[in-house]
Design a binder for this molecule. Structure first.
Ligand SMILES: Cc1ncc(COP(=O)(O)O)c(C=O)c1O
Length: 400
């Protein structure tokens, strides 16, 4: 019998981490690799947030806290939900975890039984299906289309719901496409959900603040208050506040679910890092002034990358509303051959050849459940992006 658990055999390692690791290895070996795989801002954590962490250390705020977060942080989160989303939560309805990832994981672990289905629009953030599998549930991926800007339609949602559906995972703006749902688009989905009271909504709002061109972000419980009692509104400080390494995520939801998530966290990791929690209090309560200039930089890069990619024969790239990703289609390149003799049979072969022959690291679409595409993270310098796009153009032009 294997020493390793059968649970482990249900999941695969994160492909995005694999790409980032391979790119770093090639770089260490002296190759001039441009990595466009990482899902984190290239900005530094703002100084006021760093100062709050340093002050916490100096004041000896370095002990355990309640398993699912400091009261001061829960209050800051309640204030944020009310201020930015019009959602009223009390601290008892708030859970703080070690990153947004742990929050989602706790919620799935706390609720899924064998046979329970979780609807996940594809392309999806790589961790959703694997977290569902780890928790013993069944992921049900629904493929969106480029023609519909990678957004799920109400008909698709309706058709996917069965008596076994427990959760619908909703992620807007999306990783990996950057697509964000307008008020009307989201309302059309919440109208479907209203008809199915057994389905809960896990809204992953991690990229809420990263939207461009005046786009107005909305969350499901905000647009349809009748769903409040069965919605877990998830968020975190990782992306907008450039705090990926601090590991703080949070959610607001019904008390019974929050208590169940607390039970899991109290027997696994206990509280998220106390110092990071104090930093997150400052992130949420302090100035938000850096968001706008950061977004202006992201918008400039998005526009540049989308224009450069659409100028390449064989590539089609929709203009996303938010996040820092684009998800171009390479349908026009499938079946071609590289100068080194590799046949581009699918998006994985494309990404591999692009890295080997042109030193550009991207993540292939199959990893996110929709092909043939690849994901670029434009959270890197303008110079890197220009060079990377030029190399991608040269690579595509060299295919025969
Ligand atoms: C859609 C989405 N949700 C959640 C997370 C998790 O964020 P954290 O780093 O806070 O765990 C990520 C990170 O890449 C993400 O892209």
């Amino acid at each position: 019998m294997s020493f390793l658990s059968t649970t482990l055999s249900r999941v695969k390692p994160s492909p995005t981490v694999a790409v980032t690791t391979l790119a770093a290895e090639l770089k260490a070996a002296g190759r001039d690799v441009i990595g466009l795989g990482a899902g984190e801002p290239d900005f530094d954590t703002p100084d006021n947030i760093k100062a709050a962490a340093i002050a916490a250390i100096q004041a000896g705020k370095t002990k355990y806290t309640a398993p699912d977060g400091l009261m001061e942080l829960k209050q800051a989160i309640c204030a944020k939900f009310e201020r930015e989303n019009g959602l009223k939560y009390t601290p008892k309805q708030i859970s703080v975890g070690t990153g947004g990832k742990q929050i989602l994981y706790n919620a799935l672990m706390a609720t899924l039984n064998p046979g329970d289905e979780v609807i996940i629009p594809a392309p999806y953030w790589v961790s959703y299906p694997d977290m569902v599998l780890l928790a013993g549930g069944t992921p049900v991926a629904i493929e969106t289309t480029l023609e519909n800007a990678f957004k799920l339609t109400p008909d698709q949602l309706e058709a996917a719901i069965t008596p076994k559906t427990k959760w619908f995972i909703f992620n807007s703006p999306s990783n990996p496409t950057g697509a964000a749902y307008s008020k009307d688009e989201l309302k059309a989905l919440t109208d479907v959900l209203l008809k199915h009271p057994h389905v809960w909504i896990m809204s992953d709002d991690m990229y809420e603040h990263l939207v461009y061109d005046g786009f107005e972000f909305v969350s499901p419980a905000q647009i349809e208050p009748a769903l409040y009692d069965r919605t877990l509104t998830c968020n975190g400080v990782s992306k907008a506040y450039a705090m990926t390494g601090w590991r703080i995520g949070y959610a607001g939801g019904p008390e019974v679910l929050i208590a169940a998530m607390r039970k899991i966290q109290s027997q696994s990791t206990s509280n998220p890092c106390t110092i990071s929690q104090w930093a997150a209090v400052e992130a949420l309560n302090g100035t938000q002034d850096f968001l706008e200039p950061n977004n202006a930089i992201f918008k400039r890069r998005r526009d540049m990358v989308v224009a450069a990619l659409n100028a390449i024969d064989g590539i089609t790239c929709p203009m996303p509303e938010g996040a820092f990703y684009v998800y171009p289609s390479i349908a026009g390149l499938i079946g071609k051959t590289t100068p080194a003799g590799t046949k581009i049979e699918n998006d994985e072969a494309f990404a591999k050849a692009l890295l080997e022959e042109k030193d550009v690291a991207v993540v292939f679409g199959a990893a996110f459940g929709l092909s043939p595409n690849f994901r670029i993270s434009y959270a890197t310098s303008d110079e890197n992006l220009k060079q990377a796009c030029a190399r991608i153009a040269a690579f595509c032009a060299s295919l025969s």
